[in-house]
Write a protein that binds this ligand. Structure first.
Ligand code: 2HG
Ligand code: ZN
Length: 471
């Protein structure tokens, strides 16, 4: 590998000093961190803030020529360490690529650069009566390129699906500097292998996304939100199953346990009953006339099961205050604990209540506090392991991660998967053998090697090192 100053000065010469956050720059450290629960910090030699596909290709060409590792980065909101430059080298950030190039209401598509903030895209298309459904909780600061890289989900995934279902076309810079455009603008298309689907969710290990062609829908005319408060998780689980059996197709079906509620009680505008042990948040959308009927159906089902309270909201301001309670959970936990290991496991819907019971057992046995909430409609639970011990103490970390491993094992035991929406990155890389066979992992290694034979693009992510690891 060349000396640090060498790669920094070559990139500076090629792209100009304004594109480089180099040694000594106060912002350089920011590129060594993300939102993952890792205390480590991985300073890169420099970050390059590209403004075009041509610049991204130049970075990937230079890094391959000089054998320097390069780590792509969106907004840095990832929760699994996927954008951390663990091998040093260069961080290639797309944060400056923020143009919405086209919104076409006839074709129901938008063409965007990867640095566009997801919430900004949503507002822009909604202003034209259109709808981009994927809504990760971080939508006010995460970017669409990062969403595609992780195949992000969100509450509305229950009805509308995850990011992959909305990416029709991609422009991708490959390691070495080749530019690839793939996909289509049409609603349908089955010509050739689906490279677009293959790129989505690869966390920047196959290439760097520099443009996305996304699918839009007409904006639903109305939406309504209902919050059902129950005494415990099993009753909330029965309510969820009942609602689905009633044939209701909400766009959102969220659940939160008592620990999650207790952390937002004091902050939320909604006053939770003292004995609240679980909440279910349901959101429906469709024609304005049908909202009242759907809300009544949901309210009746909740009442039948002895809900402690049911709050129905149709006005945007009321709906915002219900959502505020849900969105407060993750930041409140982060504020209250020095360590928040959040695992976004996903189990078959019928096993949710059992999974929560298993998590309670793991918490009792390990003495580690937990809070569980998330996208119950998809079986996608955010199991947070919480502690106020010293995060730098290796014993504390071993204890936290061995509890996480128990959660993973229980998940797989119930037929689930390790990550429903946050990705694998660095934090889950060494656990995927719990779920996938060595054969499956090996085929993924070959796939990665096809796009990046040098192994220099986002090294150390997604796949465990080769070993006999099948259990
Ligand atoms: C959410 O749904 C996010 O709020 C964050 O995916 C989850 O902090 C978490 O565990
Ligand atoms: Zn989530």
């Amino acid at each position: 590998m060349k000396s640090p100053s060498d790669i920094v000065s070559v990139l500076e010469r090629e792209l100009g000093a304004q594109a480089i956050v180099g040694p000594g720059h106060e912002r350089l450290d920011d590129y060594g961190r993300d939102e993952s629960p890792l205390p480590e910090f991985y300073p890169p030699e420099c970050a390059v803030l590209v403004e075009s596909a041509a610049q991204a290709c130049a970075v990937l060409r230079i890094c391959l020529e000089r054998k320097v590792p390069v780590t792509p980065r969106g907004a840095g909101s990832g929760m699994c360490g996927g954008a951390l430059p663990v091998a040093g080298g260069v961080v290639l950030s797309t944060e400056r690529m923020q143009r919405i190039k086209e919104i076409d209401p006839a074709d129901l598509i938008a063409v965007v650069e990867p640095g566009v903030i997801t919430g900004v895209l949503q507002t822009a298309v909604e202003d034209q009566g259109l709808f981009y459904p994927p809504d990760p909780a971080s939508l006010e600061f995460c970017s669409i390129g990062g969403n595609a890289a992780t195949n992000a989900g969100g509450p509305r995934a229950f009805k509308y699906g995850v990011t992959r279902e909305y990416i029709l076309g991609l422009e991708v810079c490959l390691m070495g500097g080749e530019l690839l455009r793939c996909g289509r603008r049409t609603a349908k298309g089955v010509t050739g292998y689906d490279l677009v689907a293959g790129f989505v969710g690869t966390e920047g290990t196959f290439g760097v996304i520099t443009e996305l062609l996304v699918k839009l829908l007409p904006k639903p005319p109305a939406a309504a939100t209902v919050l059902g408060v129950f005494a415990d998780v099993p009753t909330a689980g029965t309510a969820i199953n009942g609602l689905l059996r009633d044939g209701l197709r909400p766009r959102v079906l969220e659940l939160a346990d008592k620990a999650s509620i207790d952390h937002i009680r004091a902050k939320s505008r909604y006053r939770f009953p003292a004995n609240a042990g679980a909440i279910v948040l349901i959101e429906v959308d469709g024609e304005a006339e049908s909202m009242q009927m759907m809300m009544e159906k949901v309210g009746m089902r909740c009442d039948e099961l002895g809900a402690l309270d049911v709050l129905a909201a149709t006005e945007p301001a009321e709906r915002r205050s219900v959502w505020e309670a849900r969105r407060l959970i993750s930041p409140s936990l982060k504020e209250a604990y020095r360590i928040k290991v959040n695992e976004d496991i996903c189990v078959p819907r019928g096993r949710i209540v059992e999974m929560l019971a298993r998590i309670d057992r793991i918490s009792a046995e390990t003495g580690i506090a937990t809070a569980v909430f998330g996208h119950a409609g998809d079986g996608n639970l955010h199991c947070n392991l919480l502690s106020n011990d010293n995060p730098d103490d290796p014993d504390v970390r071993t204890r936290m991660w061995s509890a996480a491993e128990q959660v993973f094992r229980a998940t797989v035991d119930l037929g689930g998967t390790l990550s429903g929406e946050h990705g694998v990155g660095l934090t889950k890389r060494d656990y995927i053998h719990l779920e996938q066979s060595e054969q499956v992992i090996e085929w993924q290694r070959r796939w990665k090697a096809m796009w990046d034979p040098s192994g220099l693009l986002n090294p150390g992510k997604r796949l465990p090192a080769r070993r006999v690891c099948n259990e």
